[in-house]
Design a protein around this ligand. Structure first.
Ligand SMILES: *Cc1c(COP(=O)(O)O)cnc(C)c1O
Length: 359
């Protein structure tokens, strides 16, 4: 790749004392590091002007395409501090690949995968002091917006790619707490031929009303059903879903309209390696209810980068509630979670070569 990053370190870094105070209980997504990576694209110049620079507001013309037609995509991955003091990324190449797929679906310029990974690594390097210890991590948010100043409806000719970083605490304090989920009957997330399989902001905009309904119903999260028959379980607003049965087998909905989660893919690989039977097959909400009642279903869990694995304890819908595993976290979910987290933090062997050491 011929694109070189120009490094412009901040001249007013956050003081050690202020940073330490922010890292005590960072929560999620409100604290940011001192720098960002940016790369621009234009039809005339291709990818150019790669920078590591102080984090600051973008100056955007009010007519830039993203503000009107929502040509926007993003990714989410984490850097983990190892006990030995190193820093690991987990499968950043998979995020880079998915980012290209998202760009393709949204008719956006495709960032070369090595540039994506390099931008992420540069931010981890320059903002290394912001890495929380313990079960915390540095959440990395690469994203890209259509930046052409034009109100006509067409793919933008210009794009701005950026990576920002946010230190985050352990998702669950005191161990994973099972979540309750609301089955959305009024809203769907994705249809065949739509954008459900790509990470675009628009999918989230469209899911917020359903998520708000879940909260109104006293649930933590919403689960969506397919848009055609309105009975097959698809995924949560931002996490994939797995089911564990009494014969030890696992099932997860097939790819197509769901987001191809890297956590989902990693769990499939780990479970298969452990000799478990794993199926990627459609599963209806009715079957879920019946299997929970008969005891055939032992566990259900959601998965994604942010929380890794969240057990599902209760399912609520207009046709009544049911619980799974007595509303408690299950052994299979917790075992897979530990295996994955240990690989991410460099505490366990990494036979699949998923970890990329930055330091
Ligand atoms: C990002 C995302 C996931 C989880 O993907 P991971 O790569 O595992 O973090 C699941 N569903 C949706 C809708 C997402 O946007």
């Amino acid at each position: 790749m011929t694109v070189k990053f120009a490094i412009h370190p901040t001249t007013s870094p956050t003081s050690d004392a202020e940073r330490a105070a922010k890292l005590v209980d960072p929560g999620f997504g409100r604290i940011f590091t001192d720098h960002m990576a940016t790369i621009r694209y234009s039809q005339a110049n291709g990818w150019h002007d790669a920078r590591i620079e102080p984090r600051k507001a973008f100056a955007l013309d009010p007519a830039v395409a993203v503000l009107h037609y929502a040509q926007e995509i993003f990714e989410g991955l984490k850097a983990y501090k190892t006990d030995a003091g190193g820093v690991n990324l987990f499968r950043p190449d998979a995020n880079a690949r998915r980012f290209r797929d998202s760009a393709d679906r949204m008719a956006m310029a495709q960032l070369p995968e090595d540039l994506f990974v390099e931008a992420v690594e540069q931010i981890v390097r320059v903002d290394r002091a912001w890495m929380p210890g313990g079960e915390g991590s540095l959440y990395l948010r690469p994203f890209m917006i259509a930046s052409e100043v034009f109100l006509g409806v067409k793919p933008s000719g210009d794009y701005l790619f950026a990576v920002i970083a946010s230190p985050v605490g352990s998702y669950f304090k005191g161990g994973p707490a099972p979540v309750s989920i609301w089955v959305s009957e009024n809203y769907t997330r994705a249809a065949i031929g739509g954008t459900g399989a790509v990470k675009c902001g628009g999918n989230y905009a469209a899911s917020l009303r359903a998520q708000a309904e879940a909260i109104e119903r006293g649930c933590d999260q919403v689960v969506f059903l397919d848009a055609v028959e309105r009975k097959y379980v698809e995924e949560l607003g931002g996490m994939n879903v797995f089911f564990v049965f009494d014969d030890g087998s696992l099932l997860t909905p097939p790819l197509g309209t769901i987001l191809p989660g890297i956590t989902r893919d990693s769990i499939l690989a780990l479970a298969r390696k452990q000799g478990k039977i794993v199926r990627e097959e459609p599963y209806t909400i009715g079957q879920w209810r019946a299997d929970a009642a008969s005891g055939k279903l032992r566990e259900a869990f959601a998965c994604g980068t942010a929380a890794v694995i969240s057990p599902i304890g209760t399912v609520r819908s207009t046709s009544g509630d049911f619980t799974i595993n007595g509303g408690k976290a299950g052994e299979v979910a917790m075992g897979l979670r530990k295996t994955l987290v240990d690989i991410q933090y460099g505490r366990a062997p990494d036979p699949s070569g998923w970890v990329r050491k930055v330091f």
